[in-house]
Design a binder for this molecule. Structure first.
Ligand SMILES: Cc1cc2nc3c(=O)[nH]c(=O)nc-3n(C[C@H](O)[C@H](O)[C@H](O)COP(=O)(O)O)c2cc1C
Length: 187
């Protein structure tokens, strides 16, 4: 197995970070991998925001939990509370990917996912634990959205896409078991 395939096989979702910040050199390499992602017609309708500010992360997490608690269906909130009551798992850093507001958004969402996976794989290759964090968008679902967009320096006309949390694992887990039945061969 080559190094790239090994990195893909080793990536897993870390949900327990020790809080130690990765070095800036590694974060720069990860941000570089993000902007090397392909996008439809090379439109690059994204902005990569490396968030190292712990207070800002704490504020976003608190707002996200508040929005989750206010949801009509309590099952999601209960699930999060039953596994520790955290959205960001003590991660010291998040790569937040903001996307250009566009209707319809289909293709931009594909671009967004590719950036996020570049971030996750680059981080894994550097020994930095990570987890995709779609739930970060909860922080932008209420009245604090303009405040967070300002503090995060979103470009005009951009909204929250998703985040990837980065740091070092306090506890690790195995990646999900790949299911070979998810592959169809036509010969
Ligand atoms: C688009 C997307 C959003 C996700 N959002 C979250 C999230 O908000 N919180 C979380 O703990 N995991 C999140 N995940 C991680 C998935 O739950 C995880 O990838 C899946 O359970 C498979 O486990 P593995 O990544 O360890 O192989 C997200 C994954 C993707 C692809």
């Amino acid at each position: 197995m080559n190094e790239t395939l090994k990195t893909i096989a080793e990536r897993y979702s870390c949900r327990d970070f020790d809080g130690v910040m990765p070095p800036d050199g590694d974060l720069r390499a990860i941000a570089q991998a993000a902007i090397q992602a392909p996008s439809g017609t090379n439109r690059q309708h994204w902005q990569i925001i490396v968030v190292k500010n712990r207070q800002l992360l704490a504020d976003m997490e608190a707002e996200g939990l508040k929005m989750l608690a206010a949801m009509e269906d309590p099952s999601f909130y209960q699930r999060i509370m039953s596994r520790g009551g955290k959205l960001f798992y003590n991660a010291p850093c998040m790569v937040l990917i903001a996307v250009k507001e566009a209707q319809p958004k289909g293709a931009e969402l594909i671009d967004l996912g590719i950036v996020a996976q570049n971030v996750a794989l680059a981080a894994t290759s550097l020994g930095i634990a990570n987890v995709h964090c779609g739930l970060v968008s909860l922080a932008f679902a209420g009245e604090k959205a303009p405040e967070f967009k300002k503090r995060l320096q979103f470009p005009e006309g951009y909204e929250c896409g998703m985040g990837v949390l980065l740091g070092y694992a306090k506890t690790t887990k195995a990646p999900h078991e790949p299911n070979p039945e998810k592959i169809t061969w036509i010969e």
